[in-house]
Every structure is written in structure tokens, then in C-alpha cells.
Design a binder for this molecule. Structure first.
Ligand SMILES: [Zn+2]
Length: 494
């Protein structure tokens, strides 16, 4: 089949590599979708009396959390002291017993929210268990040390943090009047901010932000869910603006293959012949900056502890946690910038008809390469694919993952094993031709996923970008000055 855009579907058994009996079909699978839940965050504007009530409630919720954490941690660390592994110690945490013991003391003041505090605490233990598994399987970066859930407490100030989770059936939201109503507490809370999403409401969390001296509420919304399984309207719907995560449909049927990496975060080949490169210099700079600072603080903290200076120790650890949060936020921000730019580029190809399906290489070998630097580990890979998938969904673009085994070591055109050279060049023994390794990877992924191979170097048009914190900018000025589909994205539907 030749659809006139310069590519021919092909299948090359050599690409499957030696000793693999797996068919192409089960080497391609849909990227996991997120659960369609989005958060709406608003600022609460309580009156004086309402604020006093909120403080009382949030303090009680926080106290319950700390009691649960304390007892569960005792059980955990007691087992650790007896020489058990983290994993075995977890089995000594009696979630049910501690629940029965502590929650009923708080139901009178908090109502169903008391159970919600416990549910959230149990979720934190379950997340700890999953992180341990990930660590054990070598899927975590070396600086992540899984630890059991802690306390809702500001150590420096010696106060409990004010926080309360509110169950989904305990509140209603009126987006027009800007009021959240919680009957159990007789609270009509005014709020500032827009309710962006429409759908079934989940847990609402209310907290006090010490730095901003303000109360906030975060509402989980299952976007678009308006009816229950038997077709009736669930009573707890947030009537926000958008009923669908999807805001646009694909404009065409082009396909794209993506090879994720370190120096080049994403190398993307489109079936219409475009080759998009997203350079990751900022990500790398950030990595080295944060890695260095965190390592220094950790060693200072160790000294402080050895010297018996508890205050300094806690202060340093608070700073370490702050830096880790900041690094995560910065990385995620870069990923979102990339995804937003990339998906829009693919959706609106300008010269051709737009992409409807994306194939992302799943780095098969990475799990084995423990401690792989900064961005390329399964953990960061998941984060990046998750961000790309979430953005693609807004445009109705499907995302599949493709096992990468052999995609970088074999020529996309001939299936022969390539030899690698400096500066990311590979040469193929068939005809002794040269290819950029990132291009070869993306071509292979695209072909393995869709059967499409972009033919001939003359059909490829390179567009190069730098992923920065302020956005994505073209790396080559010429491409920028000429404008064109890549640099003048027109109107985003979001
Ligand atoms: Zn070749």
C-alpha cells in the first residue's frame, strides 16, 4: 500500500531480533490512560466564625491522622528493630485494628470525614508498599528512599497542619453562587475561582496554607461522568464548565513514532515526513543542580544527627524535602511544556492532515540499567508518557506503547545490526549508509507500531526545539523565521 505520502508499510522480521518468538501484535499495547479524574482547586473565603469552625475540624482531622500514623509507625518500626526487612515489617502494620481503635473517637465531631481520614492514611501505606516494590525492582532513581507515611505536622513551628478530607456525598458545589455547602458542619463556604470540570465529584480536601494565609479546597472530579451504571443521575455532580477532557478530534490519519531519551527528550517521526527533535538541556541542568544541592544537604543532615543537633537535622531534612518537591515540579513543568507543544504540532500538521495515533517506544532495557542518570529510568518515563497521554486525550489522539527491543541497534530500513559512532550517528552495513540514531529509533518505533516506514532522506524535514521552563522554542533560527506549521501553532483548542 502506498498512500502517496512517501511511506510504505513494511514488516521486517529481522527487527524482531534474535530469539524472540513474540509477534508484533503483543509488542504494541495501549498506553495506560489516567482515570479521567481532574482536580479543581479553589480558594475558600470563610467568615470569621466559619474559619474558627474550619480550624477546629481540620485540627481534629489532622490529629486523627497523626494518631493513626503514630500507631502504625510504631508497629512498623518495632518489626524493623527486630531485624525484619521493610517489606516484612509492613505486614506487622495492623490497619484494621488501628482503624477500629481510633476512628470512632472522631466520628462525632467529624462525621464521615473521620473514615475518610483513615482511608487516606491507608492509601498512603499502600503507596509506600508500591514504592518499596518499585525500589526492589530497580525502577526508582537512587535518591528516592521509600519511607512510611509521616505526620501532618509542621516540625519547625511544632503545630499540626490544618487539613480535612471531605467525603464525596458530604458536600455540594454551586458554581454560579460560588458556594460549597457541607450540611454536616452547617457550612456555606464562599469561594473564589472557576469550577473548570463537570462530572461526578470525589473526595474534597480542605487545607490551610500557612505561607499564603489562606484556605483552599481541592475537589476531585470524574470528568464527564453524569449517569450511574443503571442510567440514573448520581446526586453528587459538580456542574463545572467542561464535560469532556477531549476538546478536539484528530484532523487526519497520520501516525507518529516517538523515541524518548536523555539529551534528546523526544525524537518524533511523523508519517508525512516531519522529524521533530526536543532537546533536553534544561532538564539536564536542573538535574545536576538539584542532585548536587540535595547531596550536600543530606550529608550536612547526617553530620547534624551524629552531633546530636536535632533541630538542625530536622531543618535540613525539611529543606531536602522542599528541594525534591521543587525538582519534581520543575521536571513535570518541562514535561507538560513538551507534551503540550508536541501534541498540538501533531494534531495540526498544517501541511498534511494531522496525526490520529502515536506510538511511544517502551524502553525495554532501562529496568536492567539500574541507576541510569536523571531522566531515563522507568519512573521518569512513566511520568512523561502519562503527561503525553493526558494531553493527547484532549485532542482525541490515541497513544500506544511499543517495546523497544532492537529498535536502536537495527537499521529501520534494512533490519541489519548497525554500528554506533560518536555524535549519535549509526551506520548500517547494507549499502554502508548513515543515520542519526534518534531518527533510526523513532523510525523503527513508528514502523513496529503502525507498519509505516518513511522512505528516503529527502522526504524528511527536521524541526528542532528546546524544551524550556517558559515554553518550547525552535532551536534553529531559520525554521523559526520561516514560520510554517511548526512555529505558528495558531489557536489551541484549550
Ligand atoms: Zn540500513
Amino acid at each position: 500500500m502506498d498512500n502517496g505520502t512517501g511511506m510504505t508499510p513494511q514488516f521486517n522480521p529481522a527487527l524482531e531480533g534474535p530469539g524472540t518468538s513474540t509477534s508484533t501484535d503483543n509488542m504494541v499495547f495501549p498506553a495506560p490512560e489516567d482515570n479521567g479524574v481532574r482536580a479543581v482547586i479553589v480558594r475558600l473565603l470563610p467568615s470569621g466564625a466559619q474559619e474558627r469552625k474550619l480550624r477546629r475540624l481540620a485540627d481534629a482531622a489532622s490529629r486523627l491522622w497523626n494518631e493513626l500514623s503514630y500507631e502504625r509507625r510504631q508497629e512498623y518500626f518495632e518489626a524493623r528493630r527486630r531485624g525484619m526487612s521493610q517489606w516484612a515489617s509492613l505486614k506487622h502494620v495492623d490497619l484494621r485494628g488501628t482503624r477500629k481503635k481510633h476512628v470512632p473517637k472522631y466520628t462525632e465531631v467529624l462525621g464521615a470525614a473521620a473514615w475518610e481520614v483513615e482511608r487516606k492514611n491507608s492509601e498512603a501505606w499502600s503507596a509506600f508498599r508500591k514504592t518499596l516494590v518499585a525500589k526492589f525492582e530497580g525502577r526508582l532513581p537512587p535518591w528516592i528512599h521509600p519511607s512510611p507515611p509521616g505526620y501532618r505536622k509542621d516540625r519547625a513551628a511544632g503545630r499540626r497542619r490544618l487539613w480535612i478530607p471531605v467525603r464525596h456525598e458530604m458536600y455540594t458545589v454551586d458554581p454560579e453562587a460560588h458556594v460549597i455547602y457541607i450540611p454536616r458542619y452547617n457550612l456555606h463556604l464562599r469561594f473564589a475561582g472557576e469550577i473548570r470540570w463537570y462530572g461526578k465529584q470525589g473526595r474534597m480536601e480542605i487545607w490551610y496554607d500557612d505561607a499564603r494565609h489562606a484556605w483552599y479546597a481541592s475537589i476531585a472530579v470524574q470528568v464527564g461522568a453524569e449517569t450511574t451504571r443503571n442510567g440514573t443521575r448520581p446526586p453528587h455532580i459538580v456542574q463545572g464548565k467542561r464535560r469532556s477532557i477531549e476538546v478536539a478530534r484528530p484532523k487526519g490519519d497520520e501516525v507518529a513514532g516517538i523515541d524518548l531519551g536523555v539529551n534528546i527528550i523526544a525524537s518524533v517521526v511523523v508519517s508525512d515526513g516531519a522529524w521533530l527533535l526536543y532537546r533536553g538541556a534544561r532538564l539536564k541542568e536542573d538535574y545536576f543542580y538539584f542532585e548536587g544541592r540535595i547531596a550536600r544537604l543530606e550529608s550536612e543532615a547526617a553530620h547534624a544527627k551524629a552531633g546530636g543537633d536535632e533541630v538542625k537535622y530536622y531543618k535540613l531534612w525539611a529543606e531536602v524535602r522542599r528541594l525534591k518537591r521543587k525538582w519534581t515540579a520543575r521536571r513535570l513543568h518541562l514535561y507538560r511544556n513538551l507534551a503540550s507543544h508536541l501534541i498540538h504540532e501533531l494534531w495540526d500538521r498544517g501541511v498534511s492532515s494531522g496525526v490520529s495515533t502515536i506510538y511511544v517506544g517502551y524502553p525495554y532495557d532501562i529496568a536492567q540499567e539500574r541507576g541510569n542518570k536523571y531522566s531515563v529510568n522507568i519512573w521518569a518515563y512513566r511520568e512523561l508518557v502519562g503527561v503525553i497521554e493526558a494531553k493527547a486525550r484532549e485532542y482525541g489522539i490515541a497513544v500506544y506503547e511499543v517495546f523497544e527491543r532492537g529498535t536502536s541497534s537495527h537499521c529501520a530500513y534494512h533490519g541489519a545490526e548497525v554500528s554506533r559512532h560518536p555524535r549519535g550517528i549509526v551506520t548500517c552495513p547494507v549499502g554502508d549508509h548513515r543515520l542519526h540514531s534518534d531518527l533510526n529509533g523513532a523510525l523503527n518505533i513508528l514502523r513496529r507500531g503502525s507498519g509505516v516506514l518513511v522512505q528516503g532522506k529527502e522526504n524528511l524535514r527536521l524541526l528542532s526545539f528546546i524544551v524550556d521552563h517558559s515554553g518550547v522554542v525552535p532551536a534553529n533560527r531559520i525554521a523559526s523565521a520561516k514560520g510554517g506549521n511548526a512555529q505558528s501553532p495558531g489557536t489551541y483548542p484549550t
